[in-house]
Design a protein around this ligand. Structure first.
Ligand SMILES: [Zn+2]
Ligand SMILES: [Zn+2]
Length: 239
């Protein structure tokens, strides 16, 4: 369409990671250089949380998952949370760049497709944000990702089952125990929802110690959910 061509000239599509202009004929969202150099997770990973583990290590589980065995069943992540990935996520969350979800959601869905993950999920649920916070920010970045992933994988999304009812402090900078306390009674499951035997895929933007995913997995499992897995945009490294 002519209008698209004109728009491309006025607002040339830029790489969401490094801001370079991407030629029109190329894939949108991510430039060739970033595609090659970004810390996409493909190496040896923790069998539980999907965090990259040093190849020289004999372990197949990261230190966090050994020390605090997760309640969820399994997880995958797209990128390591460092460098320009961290900067991009900051813009995605706080800089009003809601549209990043379109590119990131496709990359995340491809992770499930390409890695031949056979699990059949019944439902996709984004990690909820408190309503007040969502109103201020204008959107919940995890929900924006989940909408795209849901379309790509043809799995229904539900944003009403799991809600955040407590305004929690930011988790960064807190110890594992403080994180757990911070999240106590933070989430709620909608009454009269039949979740028995369901397999759920949770969507989040940053996985660090797993406190948030575990808290959600815990209340979902109490309602009879059979399996809780997660797909995160980014994850920390094994310490
Ligand atoms: Zn780039
Ligand atoms: Zn792990």
């Amino acid at each position: 369409m002519l209008i698209d061509i004109i728009l491309n000239i006025i607002y040339p599509p830029k790489c969401i990671f490094c801001n370079t202009i991407i030629p029109i004929q190329k894939e949108k969202g991510i430039c060739d250089d970033c595609k090659k150099s970004l810390p996409f997770i493909k190496e040896k990973v923790c069998q539980k949380c999907g965090k990259p583990i040093d190849n020289i290590e004999e372990r197949n589980t990261c230190f966090d998952c050994i020390k605090y065995p997760p309640i969820y069943d399994k997880g995958w992540a797209l990128l390591v949370y460092e460098g320009i990935v961290r900067d991009m996520i900051y813009r995605f969350k706080y800089g009003g760049h809601k549209e990043y979800a379109v590119y990131l959601g496709v990359l995340m869905a491809n992770k499930i497709k390409n890695e031949n993950i056979k699990e059949k999920f019944d439902l996709i649920i984004p990690i909820p944000m408190h309503l007040k916070k969502k109103r201020i920010r204008g959107y919940n970045q995890s929900e924006e990702l989940a909408k795209i992933i849901s379309k790509q994988l043809k799995i229904p999304i539900d944003i009403t089952i799991l809600t955040r009812i407590k305004e929690t402090k930011p988790q960064s900078g807190l110890s594992i125990t403080q994180r757990k306390n911070n999240l106590k009674k933070a989430f709620k499951i909608k009454q009269n929802t039949d979740l028995k035997g369901k397999k759920i895929l949770l969507i989040d933007d940053i996985y660090t110690t797993g406190s948030t995913i575990n808290t959600c997995a815990n209340i979902l499992k109490k309602k009879g959910v059979k399996k809780v897995c997660f797909l995160s945009l980014s994850i920390g490294r094994d310490k």
